[in-house]
Ligand binder design. Structure first.
Ligand SMILES: *Cc1c(COP(=O)(O)O)cnc(C)c1O
Length: 397
C-alpha cells in the first residue's frame, strides 16, 4: 500500500454508514429547519384566517415562500401551487389536465423511463380510457424526439417527460421537447423533482407548461412540494382533485402546511444560491468514484456520460450483483436503482428500458452525493470497496 492510500484508508468518516443516497431524500438544512420552527409554535396561525394577526403572519410566510419557490424555477408567484410533494403534483397535472380538457379520446405521450409517480398515474388513466403512448429510450437513457413528433395526433393533449432521471441522473432533452410541444400545440409537463437544486431550472425559457418538484430532494422537509402551472401563453387550467375550501386558487383545498411551505421556500433560496458551487465539488467526488470503478474494470457506467446530473453515478458491477454488494458493504448506503416493493427486488424498469439485461439491471447500483458529502467519505468508500473487490477476485481464482 502506498502512503497516500494508507492515509486515506485510516481516515474514518465522522458517521457510518456513509450516505450515498441523496437522490432518494436529503437531510433538512439547519437554516431551513430554523426558518420552519416558529410556524409550529408561536406563529402557528392558519394562513386562511383573515380576521386576526395569527392568520396574517402565516399568510405572509406563505406568500414569501411562494415568491422564493417561483424565482427558483423562473416562474411567477401566482403560478405555484403547494402540494404534499411531487407525487401529488404529478397526479394533479396528469389527471387534472385530462379532466379539464377531456376531448372525445384524450391522448398523452410519456417516456418508458419516467418515475413511477408518472407511470402509475398513466396506467390508471389508461384504465379510464385515456390513450397513452410510451416513448422508448436508447442505451444512453435518452428518448428520440422524432418519435415524439410521430406520436402527436389531433387527440394529443400533453407530453410528460422528466427533467433528469432519478436512477441514472440522465438529463432529458427538455428544451427541444418544450419547443416541439409548443409548436404542435400540446401541453408539456415536466417532472423536475430530481433536477431541482442540482441544475438551473427555467420553466419559461424551456416552454414548460406544468412542472413539479419536492422539497425533501433538496434539503427541505418531507411532505411538501409544488406544481407550477403556466398562467399565460398558454393558460393551463387543470381540474382540482381535492375539494373543500378553495385554497390555493381553488386548485388544491385544505389548510396549508405553513411550516413546510416556509421550509420549502428557504430550501429553494439556498439551492439557487449554492448549487453551482456545490456541483463543482460534487463532480470531483463522482470522478474519483468513476475512476476507481472504470480503471479497475470493477464496473461500467449506465446512461449518458455527457448529459448527466453532477451528483449521480449509476453503475453496472462486474462479477457480482447489487444484493451481494449491498450486503457485503453495510458501511455505505447506496441504492439499487430499483424500487424495492415489499419482499421482491424488481429489476429497474429504467435500466431495462435502456436495454440492459435483467442480470445487468440486477447488478447495478446508484451512488448519489450531495451537500454534506465529504472527501474522507469518498476515500473511505473507495478503500472499503477495494477490499470487497479483492475478495471477489480471490474467490474466483
Ligand atoms: C422523488 C421523486 C418523485 C416523488 O417525489 P415525492 O416527494 O415522493 O412525492 C417523483 N419524481 C421523481 C423524478 C423523483 O425523483
Amino acid at each position: 500500500m502506498i502512503a497516500a492510500e494508507r492515509d486515506a484508508a485510516s481516515v474514518q468518516p465522522a458517521r457510518l454508514p456513509v450516505y450515498f443516497d441523496y437522490n432518494s431524500t436529503t437531510p433538512v438544512d439547519p437554516a431551513v429547519l430554523e426558518c420552519m420552527l416558529p410556524y409550529f409554535t408561536t406563529e402557528f396561525g392558519n394562513a386562511s384566517s383573515k380576521t386576526h394577526a395569527f392568520g396574517w403572519k402565516a399568510d405572509e410566510a406563505v406568500d414569501y415562500a411562494r415568491q422564493q419557490t417561483a424565482e427558483f424555477i423562473g416562474a411567477e408567484k401566482d403560478e405555484i401551487i403547494f402540494t404534499s410533494g411531487a407525487t401529488e403534483a404529478v397526479n394533479m397535472a396528469l389527471k387534472g389536465v385530462v379532466e379539464a380538457y377531456r376531448g372525445r379520446q384524450p391522448h398523452i405521450i410519456t417516456v418508458q423511463t419516467e418515475h413511477k409517480a408518472v407511470l402509475d398515474t398513466c396506467s390508471w388513466l389508461e384504465q379510464q380510457g385515456v390513450q397513452i403512448s410510451y416513448l422508448s429510450v436508447n442505451r444512453q437513457g435518452l428518448p428520440d424526439l422524432t418519435e415524439l413528433e410521430k406520436e402527436i395526433s389531433a387527440e394529443t393533449l400533453m407530453f410528460a417527460m422528466m427533467y433528469a432521471n432519478n436512477e441514472t441522473g440522465v438529463i432529458q432533452p427538455v428544451e427541444e421537447a418544450g419547443a416541439l410541444c409548443r409548436e404542435r400545440g400540446i401541453f408539456f409537463f415536466c417532472d423536475a423533482t430530481q433536477a431541482a437544486g442540482k441544475i438551473r431550472l427555467h420553466v419559461k425559457q424551456n416552454k414548460i407548461d406544468l412542472a413539479c418538484f419536492s422539497a425533501h430532494k433538496f434539503y427541505g422537509p418531507k411532505g411538501i412540494g409544488a406544481l407550477y402551472i403556466s398562467r399565460k401563453n398558454p393558460r393551463v387550467r387543470p381540474a382540482a382533485l381535492l375539494h373543500g375550501g378553495s385554497h390555493e386558487n381553488n386548485f388544491r383545498s385544505g389548510t396549508l402546511n405553513v411550516p413546510g411551505i416556509a421550509g420549502m421556500g428557504k430550501a429553494c433560496e439556498l439551492a439557487a444560491a449554492t448549487f453551482q458551487h456545490q456541483a463543482d465539488s460534487i463532480l470531483k467526488f463522482r470522478f474519483a468514484l468513476e475512476q476507481f470503478f472504470c480503471e479497475n474494470n470493477f464496473a461500467s457506467i449506465n446512461g449518458s456520460v455527457a448529459s448527466r446530473l453532477p451528483n449521480t453515478l449509476n453503475i453496472c458491477l462486474a462479477g457480482t450483483d447489487s444484493a451481494t454488494f449491498i450486503k457485503s458493504i453495510p458501511e455505505i448506503a447506496v441504492a439499487t436503482g430499483s424500487a424495492c416493493t415489499s419482499a421482491s427486488l424488481q429489476p429497474s424498469h429504467v435500466l431495462r428500458a435502456m436495454g440492459l439485461t435483467e442480470k445487468e439491471a440486477a447488478s447495478s447500483i446508484r451512488f448519489s452525493m450531495g451537500r454534506y458529502t465529504r472527501p474522507e467519505e469518498i476515500n473511505f468508500a473507495i478503500s472499503r470497496m477495494k477490499k470487497f473487490f479483492a475478495g471477489i477476485v480471490q474467490h474466483h481464482t
